[in-house]
Every structure is written in structure tokens, then in C-alpha cells.
Design a protein around this ligand. Structure first.
Ligand code: B1M
Length: 215
């Protein structure tokens, strides 16, 4: 049953059909499929496929935009249930999160933010195309324990290093840990730029942030 539903979810994203994606998300909730399973096993594979086809020149930017829109519609349906299922209520730590300057990919970053928030962290999401100075300002303003920097493009990932350099220059580095993520990042990259950690997905990001703040 779930496998069939997951296949339909994948197809709805490939078709760039927000109405179908939202209806399938509703169906998943009604059948008791955990929201994160629906995202990871249903909708994300659709987006991965579209990304591969785009990379191979078989699909084009509008296809990617439509697929992203369908995915976002599904996540919007699933998000309230993810929040409802959150068990911990006290604040485990403060996280400032954003996608680097020049990069507008937000779906993965939003999932990381959502998972952290539902796990008990206070999340300040700065959005996409965030200048390094803005990360620094927000880290100071919110006394961040952790700054999370997402990048999806090989051409923008250097921005993760810039954020770390600017946090250092502002004297905030001793107080706040930095984690990086997004498709082109890796633990080797994290080490190279002096980040405190890397996670390949949203669940891993929660475990990493917990570990870094000792929660
Ligand atoms: Co773009 N895009 N895109 N895109 N896009 C990729 C990333 C690409 C790999 C596609 C491809 O060519 N195969 C490619 C990058 C190639 C490269 O750099 N090596 C690419 C390109 C080239 C581009 C443009 C340059 C295309 C163009 O204009 N010619 C352009 C750039 C725009 C810009 O940012 N300046 C562009 C635009 C777009 C859209 C706007 C159409 C859309 C984004 C819409 C949106 O976000 N609102 C889009 C999409 C949807 C994709 C793909 C298909 C899917 C990305 C996604 O949302 N994945 C992507 C191909 C792919 O990844 N397969 C592609 C689902 C999401 C759940 O996964 O984001 O990886 P992900 O997040 C994961 C983990 O990475 C991790 O956890 C998340 C959840 O598990 N994670 C973190 C992410 N951030 C983290 C932070 C953390 C920890 C973990 O801590 C801080």
C-alpha cells in the first residue's frame, strides 16, 4: 500500500502537479504514513529524478520549478502533523539557519529547520540568498548556539566558508558552532572549511546539533 502511494507521490512531483501532491500527502496522513517517510520515500525521489534529468539535459528549468512547487505543496500539508508529533517542548538550543548568498534552493533547508523546530530547537530561518553578514548579525541577535548553512550549488558552496570566516572575524566563533549541508557539501568539505559538522540529511542534522549543544 505504502509502496504504491510512494510511487504516486514520486510521479506527482515528476509531473509538477501540486494538486495531486497535496492530495497524496493528505492520503498519507489519513493512512497513518509518517510525514517524514512520505517526504523521504515518496516526494524526494521525484525531485531527485527531475534533478537527474535536468542534469542530463532531458528536462529543463521550468520542469524543475514545477516539481519544486509540487514538493512544497506536499510539505505544507505534512508540516502541521510533523509539528503535532513533536514531543519535546522545552528549548534545547538556538539555531540560525539559511541558504548561502547566490543560492535560492530552500526545500532541504526548510526540512532541516522543520525537523530541528519539531525536535525542540528555537530556529531562526533567514531564508535563501543570505549574505554572510546577515548570518553574523542573526547569530549575535539571537545568541545562536549553532549556525546552519545550506548550499546546493558547487558555485555557491564557498559561501559556507565565508560565513565561518565572518563569524570568526566578529568574535562569535567560540560561542557558536557551525554546521553545513546540501548536496555538494561533505564531511571532508566541512573539515576543510573549519565547520563543526556536516549532515547529509535533516534527521542527521538534528542528531548533529543535539551532539554539538550537548542536548
Ligand atoms: Co536547482 N540545481 N538550480 N533548482 N535543483 C540542483 C541542485 C542540481 C544538482 C540539478 C542538476 O543539475 N542535476 C544543480 C546543481 C549542480 C551543481 O552545482 N553541481 C542545480 C542547478 C544547476 C540550478 C540552477 C543553476 C539552474 C539554472 O538556472 N540553470 C538554478 C540555480 C538558482 C540559484 O540558486 N541561484 C537552479 C534552480 C532551481 C529551482 C529554483 C528550479 C529549484 C529550487 C526551488 C526551491 O528550492 N524553492 C531547483 C531544484 C528543485 C533542484 C533539485 C532538482 C532538487 C533540490 C531539492 O530541493 N532536493 C536539485 C537536484 C537534486 O538535488 N537532486 C537541483 C530535495 C531536498 C529535500 O534535498 O536540498 O539536497 P536537498 O536537502 C537535503 C540534504 O542535502 C540536506 O538535508 C536535506 C533534507 O534531507 N541538507 C542539509 C540541505 N541543507 C542542509 C543544511 C544542513 C544539513 C543538511 O545544515 C545546515
Amino acid at each position: 500500500m505504502s509502496e504504491e502511494l510512494f510511487a504516486q507521490m514520486r510521479q506527482a512531483v515528476i509531473d509538477g502537479d501540486p494538486a495531486a501532491a497535496a492530495a497524496l500527502a493528505e492520503q498519507a496522513l489519513a493512512s497513518g504514513v509518517p510525514p517524514l517517510d512520505a517526504i523521504d520515500n515518496g516526494f524526494v525521489p521525484g525531485l531527485t529524478y527531475v534533478g537527474e534529468q535536468f542534469g542530463a539535459g532531458e528536462l529543463f528549468l521550468p520542469d524543475m520549478m514545477l516539481a519544486a512547487r509540487a514538493m512544497q505543496k506536499a510539505v505544507a500539508v505534512l508540516e502541521p502533523e510533523m509539528q503535532r508529533q513533536a514531543t519535546e517542548r522545552h528549548v534545547l538550543g538556538r539555531v540560525v539557519l539559511g541558504t548561502v548568498k547566490g543560492d535560492i534552493h530552500e526545500i532541504g533547508k526548510n526540512l532541516v529547520g522543520m525537523m530541528l523546530a519539531t525536535s525542540g530547537f528555537e530556529v531562526h530561518d533567514l531564508g535563501v540568498d543570505v549574505a554572510p553578514e546577515r548570518f553574523v548579525e542573526a547569530a549575535r541577535e539571537h545568541s545562536a548556539d549553532v549556525v546552519g548553512v545550506s548550499a546546493l550549488l558547487t558555485t555557491t558552496m564557498a559561501g559556507q566558508r565565508t560565513v565561518i570566516e565572518q563569524l570568526e572575524a566578529a568574535g562569535l566563533r567560540p560561542k557558536c558552532r557551525v554546521i553545513v549541508g546540501g548536496a555538494p557539501a561533505s564531511s571532508t568539505w566541512a573539515t576543510e572549511i573549519g565547520a563543526d559538522g556536516y549532515s547529509e540529511d535533516a534527521i542527521g542534522a538534528v542528531a548533529l546539533v543535539r551532539q554539538l549543544v550537548g542536548a
